[in-house]
Design a protein. Sequence first.
Length: 82
Amino acid sequence: LTFTGFATKFVNLSPDPLNLYWDGGRIPSGPRAGELQTILVGTVPSMESIGTASFPGHSFYMTPTYDKNHQLQRWAITEDEP
């Protein structure tokens, strides 16, 4: 097997812990169709980092630990340049 994705690393340079979420967009079909699909990757302490596997097209965002809806920073994973 080969892995064709990326290893991603997110660093929290703020003085506060932050939550990192994967944003899967809206669920296209089924009983939860139309709902937003977000998954908590983890809580990143101040001056620490967290990593995860990813693929082009994935989106991630960080929020304060007390407010999941307040996005402080957002990233979209893209393919490497040739």
